[in-house]
Design a protein around this ligand. Structure first.
Ligand SMILES: *Cc1c(COP(=O)(O)O)cnc(C)c1O
Length: 380
């Protein structure tokens, strides 16, 4: 197989120039600290972006990571020691680890084949088995919106709080509405590989000012309003730095452009691979994914595993990555329950046949065509 001269990679940061302007402003004002004008403006600008078309206020809080946002979401939801929490199984560990930080117990829910996200049928089944459960944590995998109408109806029916992990799906919409605005508490991430990045960071999104205030309090070491340092609760150091928030403000200007380029990459793969024995990661036609990562599954019976395909692509200097290994298959969660509506769980099947493809928005058309040809050749 031919080898690409320059390695063709999974997503890397794409900077534009405005980022430096906001960072420079922080330096010029010597505001090199957590909090500050870049944080305030980043929160406001992100809020404006998220509430497009929604006529109710949201409250955003810039934090040191998406994981921190998820942790504070668990605390706000009221997850306590021993509480059961229904979680997407096929996701990154950061979706579900914060449940353990609070002493909660994850029950993992299988995926459905239409979006690869939490299966509403399995979720309902889980409520039948554990009717007193009060929390659901759902991720929009690879930037593809989940079946929100169904999930929200089930949460409502059982009086459960929904926490949305929109870390991968910023700018994706479900029936025109931004992901990260459906749950009671929601998280997005600006980690280095996400659709926009601050190098590292995250944001909590809620629909009450009170919740934002409480999260701010916890994120700032739970400092009580006293002249001295007074603490009545355990706190955390989770605030975003004013320097980092400057990067975020510059990136946000280019979010829609990043999404469009991601979509073009996905569509080019879909077209180029339409006759190959693979399928692209699916989505519902009334949703608009952000196409953060283009992924494929190798058709059954082809006789090539994702790791074999990855090895061949690696020889061609193409970087790929296995699909997130489902959490119910992880040794650290071997004692946690898992609920599926299928005899052969969908998440296990996707993991067994799936691969994430180079999706960096700086990838040229020639590079992408090279990847497409290499995939076809590897599967011939
Ligand atoms: C990246 C990611 C997170 C965590 O975000 P960080 O900012 O890296 O802490 C959480 N959930 C999912 C699904 C992610 O992909």
């Amino acid at each position: 197989m031919k080898r690409a001269e320059k390695r063709i990679v999974l997503p890397t940061p794409t900077m534009h120039g405005e980022e430096m302007k906001f960072v420079q402003e922080a330096f010029d004002k010597n505001w090199i600290a957590p909090l500050g004008f870049n944080c305030d403006n980043f929160e406001k600008e992100m809020n404006d972006y998220l509430i497009q078309g929604i006529d109710k206020p949201y409250y955003t809080l810039a934090l040191s990571s998406g994981t921190a946002a998820l942790h504070l979401a668990m605390k706000l939801a009221g997850v306590k020691r021993g509480d059961r929490v229904f979680c997407s199984s096929m996701t990154f560990a950061a979706t579900v680890n914060p449940v353990s930080y609070e002493g909660g117990v994850q029950v993992f829910i299988d995926s459905e084949p239409d979006t690869w996200n939490m299966d509403p049928v399995a979720l309902e089944k889980a409520f039948q088995k554990y009717p007193d459960t009060k929390f659901v944590v759902l991720a929009h995998l690879y930037g593809t919106p989940s079946k929100m109408d169904e999930i929200l109806a089930i949460c409502k029916k059982h009086g459960a709080v929904l926490i949305e992990d929109a870390a991968e799906s910023l700018s994706a919409t479900y029936r025109g509405r931004q992901t990260g605005t459906f749950g009671k508490y929601n998280a997005i991430s600006f980690n280095g590989n996400k659709i926009i990045t601050t190098s590292g960071g995250g944001m909590l999104i809620t629909d009450t000012e009170e919740a934002r205030k409480k999260a701010f309090f916890w994120a700032t070491q739970s400092r009580e309003p006293f002249p001295w340092y007074q603490h009545e609760e355990i706190g955390y150091n989770y605030r975003m730095s004013n320097v980092v928030a400057g990067i975020g403000r510059g990136q946000l200007i280019h979010l829609d452009e990043h999404r469009e380029r991601k979509e073009a990459i996905y569509k080019r793969y879909a077209e180029g691979l339409k006759d190959a024995p693979v399928k692209m990661n699916p989505y519902l036609d009334y949703t608009m994914p952000n196409f953060w990562l283009s992924c494929l599954t190798i058709n059954e019976g082809v006789g090539v595993t994702p790791l074999e395909l990855a090895e061949k692509l690696n020889e061609a200097n193409i970087e790929t990555r296995p699909i997130w290994k489902p959490m119910h298959m992880q040794p650290v969660f071997k004692d946690n329950d898992f609920i599926s509506a299928y005899d052969k769980p969908v998440s296990e099947d996707i993991f067994a046949r799936g691969l994430c493809l180079p999706s960096d928005i700086k990838m040229t058309v020639e590079e992408q065509d090279f990847v497409i040809e290499a995939i076809k050749e590897s599967l011939r």
